[in-house]
Design a protein around this ligand. Sequence first.
Ligand SMILES: Nc1nc2c(ncn2[C@@H]2O[C@H](COP(=O)(O)OP(=O)(O)OP(=O)(O)O)[C@@H](O)[C@H]2O)c(=O)[nH]1
Length: 292
Amino acid sequence: MDQQKAGSKQVSHKRVNGSKNENSTEFGGFVAGSFVSKYKKAPEALKNFHMNDAESELEVPRTPMTPRTSTTPDLVFFLNKRSYLGHEKSTFHHDLELDHRPPTREALLPDMANSYRLLLTGLGEDPERQGLLKTPERAAKAMLFFTKGYDQSLEEVLNNAIFDEDTDEMVVVKDIEMFSMCEHHLVPFYGKVSIGYLPQGKILGLSKLARIVEIFSRRLQVQERLTKQIAIAVMQAVRPAGVAVVIEGVHMCMVMRGVQKINSKTVTSTMLGVFRDDPKTREEFLNLVHSK
Ligand SMILES: Nc1nc2c(ncn2[C@@H]2O[C@H](COP(=O)(O)OP(=O)(O)OP(=O)(O)O)[C@@H](O)[C@H]2O)c(=O)[nH]1
């Protein structure tokens, strides 16, 4: 993953004419209703599952909140439908491509693989032919990797890499590579994320900005929500005077199928706090993002 981020650039730049507005963060506006109310119809195990406070605060409407199976044996049982397997017994444990911590969703793999087997049959393929024999398992693992962000929390990812620093200069990390999955077609969209914030006494470990991108991009997404979630997470992590996020994305659902526009790019932005209120601060950020 670190290799993946090798192309990202960090810029620290003095703020010019940026006025602070302590009361202007819009962060609270995105807080959605409780987890339980979203899963009213879910089985008991799911209803009783509690996200940690940090993550639930980050949720915006329509965000899928996949339970984190690592800490909830009952939930693993529910998802696995057959029996609860401790992680230590799982044959997938060392095989899974998740790099952030021991895999937690391996209990899903058999059911997911069966679904892929059905899919292959639906396509008119023979899942028993040699080339496809292991495809359902491979595809299931790949899908878990593409959505590994459901298994991550902001708190864990930040790992306390928040430092007291007497600075109010703009920090920008730009061109962070991003890979996500379109929630409408289950095909990838990818692009670059640029994040800026104006610290007020606290700064964030630089790599953590890229890790925040991973938490929210490795899910089923729409680009608008992804942009907003990243901004809110940075706001929550260091309570800066403002956060700006710009994403430029290419959606394979518009390239490989459908309207088939191979050169189109989608640009989304979220501006919070001083970036929203002060045009000069916003302009400074956008200039830094667009500079070579
Ligand atoms: N706003 C937004 N739309 C997205 C995103 N990803 C995919 N879409 C759109 O989701 C829409 C789904 O539209 P539908 O008409 O229900 O599906 P469809 O028949 O597959 O649409 P076409 O892609 O136009 O063929 C399409 O317009 C996609 O371009 C995203 O990140 N943000």
